[in-house]
Design a protein around this ligand. Structure first.
Ligand code: 13P
Ligand code: SF4
Length: 305
């Protein structure tokens, strides 16, 4: 532990705060977190937290989800400009337009979205729960927003449903090409390719395993193979290298870097605890409407389908 990390842990105890970090955070941040998880686990942890102060090391939609699920708690986002470009690709009026076009459809909203878009949707999902949730819904027709790649993956796994896609994407995962996978396999023959469903369909078609960040970590940690090709953000590779020293992990392409996830530095976390920076505040009515979508996600993500 370096001095800044020690200072953070001391402040955390004094303030009785809970630090939650996403797997895409740098290792020094992951080390000081109480819980490191994928989007689904972070949302669940935030809701269950006993502490009144939550520090979310991730991007804005994650901190907003924590606030929506626990409106009585103070939720801090240490890097206030850490957004998710995919979340910014859709607005509530897009959801209303799609609803008018497909009145019988359920709107399933990837959690990488604003509070207003969640409020306009029927249920949220994360990459870990999307297939299960879509499969379990009673509607045959599903409007899936905003990620076209995750939506296409869900459609391939739940062929009995008609999935209406939106054209959003994650700039980081969408950059991976089929040629990247071919080249990576050539360089490391025998290493399984583990990818996130935010990658393009032609990339998924060449993968050995498709899953959320925690799914990829689990597959790589449990697998018998000595080396792995990782098709999600570099933070996952950092974590695997730190936790599983006996195996080798390679990123498929260095393009798999999310600049927003890397905006949180230790100094931001320290300042966030010292000065209560930067508090998430949302409109009460919007939170109430968005909460329904998130609560359903947690309920169905755990028990549904
Ligand atoms: P997970 O739901 O797998 O944590 O992914 C979140 C994310 O932002 C992926 O780019
Ligand atoms: Fe958003 Fe992509 Fe970054 Fe995840 S990796 S936070 S989807 S931009």
């Amino acid at each position: 532990m370096n001095p800044l990390q020690k200072e953070i842990l001391k402040l955390k105890r004094e303030k009785d705060a809970l630090i939650l970090a996403h797997y895409y955070q740098t290792m020094d941040i992951q080390e000081i977190a109480d819980h490191v998880g994928d989007s689904f686990e972070l949302a669940r942890r935030a809701r269950e937290a006993r502490e009144g102060l939550l520090v979310l090391c991730g991007v804005r939609f994650m901190a907003e989800s924590a606030k929506i699920l626990s409106p009585e708690k103070t939720v801090l986002l240490p890097a206030p400009d850490a957004g998710c470009p995919m979340a910014d690709m859709i607005e509530p009026h897009d959801v209303l337009r799609l609803r008018r076009e497909y009145p019988d459809a359920a709107v399933v909203c990837y959690v990488n979205s604003s509070a207003a878009v969640k409020a306009a949707s029927d249920i949220c999902c994360t990459s870990a729960s999307a297939v299960r949730i879509v499969r379990a819904l009673p509607q045959r027709r599903i409007i899936f927003i905003p990620d076209q790649n995750l939506g296409a993956y869900v459609a391939s796994q739940v062929p009995e449903k008609e999935i209406i896609l939106f054209d959003g994407f994650c700039p980081t995962h969408h950059r991976v090409t089929e040629s990247d996978v071919i080249a990576a396999r050539k360089a490391r023959p025998g290493a399984p390719v583990l990818v996130h469903p935010e990658c393009r369909p032609e990339v998924l078609a060449r993968a050995d395993y498709i899953g959320s960040t925690s799914g990829i970590l689990d597959r790589a940690e449990r697998g018998d193979e000595p080396e792995y090709l990782i098709g999600t953000e570099t933070g996952v590779v950092e974590r695997l290298r730190a936790r599983v020293p006996g195996k080798r992990f390679y990123i498929i392409t260095p393009q798999l870097f999310c600049p927003n996830m890397k905006k949180t530095r230790l100094i931001n976390v320290r300042d966030s605890l010292l000065y209560n920076e930067y508090e998430i505040t949302l409109d009460d009515d919007e939170m109430d409407m968005a909460r329904g979508s998130l609560e359903k996600m947690i309920e169905m993500g755990l028990h549904g389908g």
